[in-house]
Write a new protein. Structure first.
Lengths: 326, 361
């Protein structure tokens, strides 16, 4: 067992699944000899050849549309979009077709495809390289949206996504692609989809987040723990459908909840969680639910990027506000 | 220095003139295959009767909005009969003739426009895609299916259709491009019926033909008289054989005329010249083939009357099967959303059962 990064865990999961299922094919731009711009498909071409690792022409709608056709033939395409900001041309295919083909044919055809993309801000990339568009896809019935936050969860959730019989949007937090290493055993064991992960237990406040911000939130939880405040940290992991039961169970215990996300706030996944809490957990709540989000602005260019992303101080301020609410 | 580095041409095929008379003696072998030609004729007459009935069903409140196919029967029938069972057809929304040739049932299309998803659950061609409403998106699905077929080294092929207006979409170009780059076993049919709702073909492109849109992808491109079923069948055969030999894709532009409104929600008299419309009837495909069959002594009045009766019975039987099907229960909205419905949906299913069941009386 080796210590690997999140992006290496992606490669490991792809290689594992390509080895054990010949229907798994990866496709995308620069994913062959180049191994992907983040090297997520590094080495796959050498091992599995150009008929399993398809360098496509440069057209994102095409990558999605091809995947739908291949998936309808029983293949399991794992498509890479180079950045989440380039997935928009593919939304017609993903939302109008991938998400609907099973339903509109009453199960005759289906789309067991995975649409992967590096996601989120924080690497000082050019514009259009740092968005967090998970809510756009979470709002589309028929899709699953998954965002891992560690090498082990990237490995297990990607395996689960490839094996899932329905289309999965798999967003990879690029800021933590190489931030931490973790022991990941290549044992082919998938982690459950549609399940949130409780990363630390606590009675005082529920902190819900996903993606790269799990790391800031973990550090915050540790800091509060030293002051005697016990925060329950939930990594949402599957963004759609939301595992609201896990959140509700936690809030029944804590009565207080802060949601932290990179995406703009209005109509966000955090908004959905807050609405569910208001609808279903009102009597458990001892304080208003607070969302800490990116601003409702265009993702700024790199100089203001850090000012946009929820900072440790901003998250802490909201936690304090909710903890102090009487 | 200056030299020519690439050269292109577009060939146009037509065998029969407007009246069904051969333009020359140079006809394809099947031009005397009376059995095949009468089957083509029977089908075109049936499909037109199906189409007229669909408009009546919509007008009498028995079906939703419908996109008719009047005038375009020779295209889908001409190539549809060449599709083998194991081939895959990916249609645009005005090409029922090819769908029917490949085994889709008449009533399945009535169900589709009648607002029932079961109309896409074809009992015949299990791998064919349902009608694609978002324009040109189907071209990429066809390319994906062709990619799977090629990767698996199968001998099958894929056909896809699109209107001439649809070829203005980026996804058409993306599909044609990858079909060329990857030598996919795929044939594109552009049904150029001259009108994309209210916009004439001349406003869609500055090119002389729609066929040539495939040239930049390295594909052979052919233009054909889409009202001459002999010509459609002939060029389709060439393209299908090429695809089956693993030599790659072809783009075929079939010239025809939309002898109907865009849909039952459209009124083409708002934007289309009546003289042009009336004049186009002279070139319509069914009487052309009938005249040719008569010239071969393969058709007569008596057979015509018998056929009319036969197709009306067939259409009425399909209408009856369509009208006797009751709507699905409300929970069907959820049943095929995912292979297994996520737990998060439990409350919504219950809610729909309580309040949705009687929504339509």
């Amino acid at each position: 067992m080796a210590e690997i990064t999140l992006v290496e865990a992606i490669t490991l999961a792809l290689a594992h699944e390509m080895k054990q299922d010949k229907d798994v094919v990866v496709l995308g731009e620069d994913i062959g000899a180049n191994g992907g711009v983040f090297r997520a498909t590094d080495g796959l071409l050498e091992t599995y050849g150009p008929e399993r690792v398809l360098d496509t022409p440069l057209a994102e709608a095409m990558i999605a549309g091809l995947s739908i056709g291949m998936a309808a033939q029983g293949m399991k395409p794992v498509a890479e979009f180079q950045f989440e900001g380039f997935i928009y041309p593919a939304m017609n295919q993903i939302c109008n077709h991938a998400a609907r083909i099973r339903n509109r044919t009453r199960g005759r055809l289906s789309c067991p495809a995975v649409f992967r993309a590096p996601w989120g801000g924080g690497i000082h990339a050019p514009e259009h390289h740092s968005d967090s568009p998970e809510a756009l896809f979470a709002h589309t019935p028929g899709l699953r949206v998954v965002i891992p936050s560690s090498p082990a969860r990237a490995y297990g959730l990607l395996l689960a996504s490839i094996r899932d019989p329905d289309p999965v949007i798999f967003f990879e937090p690029k800021r933590i692609y190489r931030l931490v290493k973790q022991n990941v055993e290549d044992n082919g064991e998938a982690l459950p989809l549609d399940r949130a992960f409780v990363l630390s237990e606590g009675d005082d406040l529920t902190l819900v987040t996903w993606g790269a911000l799990v790391h800031e939130c973990s550090a915050i939880v540790n800091a509060y723990h030293k002051q005697g405040v016990n925060i329950e940290l939930i990594d949402l992991a599957t963004i759609s459908p939301i595992d609201f039961d896990t959140i509700a169970e936690s809030v029944a215990k804590t009565g207080r909840c802060v949601i932290v996300q990179e995406a703009p706030q209005t109509c966000s996944v955090g908004s959905e969680i807050a609405a569910c809490l208001a609808e279903q957990c009102l009597t458990d709540l001892e304080a208003p639910v607070v969302r800490v989000s990116g601003y409702d602005t265009v993702m700024p260019f790199l100089k203001l990027e850090k000012s946009y992303l929820p900072s440790v101080d901003r998250i802490k301020a909201s936690i304090d506000e909710v903890l102090e609410y009487a | 220095m200056k030299k020519k580095v690439a050269e292109f041409d577009i060939e146009y095929y037509q065998f029969l003139d407007e009246t069904g008379k051969p333009l020359s003696d140079d006809l394809p072998d099947f031009a005397t295959d009376v059995e095949l030609l009468t089957d083509m004729y029977r089908r075109m007459v049936l499909y037109r009767a199906f189409d007229k009935k669909a408009v009546v069903l919509q007008r009498t409140g028995k079906m939703g909005t419908y996109a008719p196919t009047m005038g375009q029967e020779a295209i889908g029938t001409g190539f549809g009969l060449l599709l083998e069972k194991e081939d895959v057809y990916v249609p645009y929304y005005r090409d029922y003739p090819a769908m029917f040739c490949h085994g889709v049932k008449l009533e399945e299309i009535y169900h589709y426009w009648g607002g029932d998803e079961r109309g896409c659950d074809y009992q015949g061609p299990k791998e064919d895609f349902p009608i694609s409403v978002p324009i040109a998106t189907q071209c990429l699905h066809a390319a994906g299916i062709a990619t799977a077929i090629k990767l698996r080294k199968q001998k099958r092929m894929v056909a896809v259709s699109i209107g001439e207006g649809g070829t203005s979409e980026g996804e058409f170009y993306e599909a044609v491009n990858v079909a060329g780059a990857w030598q996919l076993p795929l044939v594109f049919f552009i049904n150029n019926n001259q009108w994309a709702i209210s916009v004439p073909a001349s406003a869609q492109t500055g090119a002389e033909t729609f066929a040539q849109k495939g040239l930049a992808s390295g594909l052979p491109c052919i233009q054909v008289d889409g009202n001459d079923i002999l010509a459609v069948h002939h060029v389709s055969k060439l393209a299908f054989e090429r695809a089956r030999r693993g030599e790659g894709a072809t783009v075929i532009e079939a010239l025809t005329y939309r002898l109907c409104d865009h849909t039952t929600a459209d009124d083409a008299t708002r934007y289309r010249d009546t003289d042009e419309y009336n004049d186009s009837w002279k070139r319509e495909p069914i009487s052309r083939l009938r005249n040719y069959l008569v010239s071969l002594n393969a058709w007569n009045e008596e057979r015509e009357i018998a056929l009319e009766k036969e197709v009306n019975q067939e259409v009425e039987a399909a209408v009856e099967r369509y009208l006797t099907v009751t709507p699905e229960p409300v929970e069907k909205m959820f049943e095929h959303l995912y292979e297994t419905l996520p737990e998060a949906y439990e409350n919504q299913v219950e809610l729909a059962k309580i309040f949705g069941g009687k929504a339509h009386g």
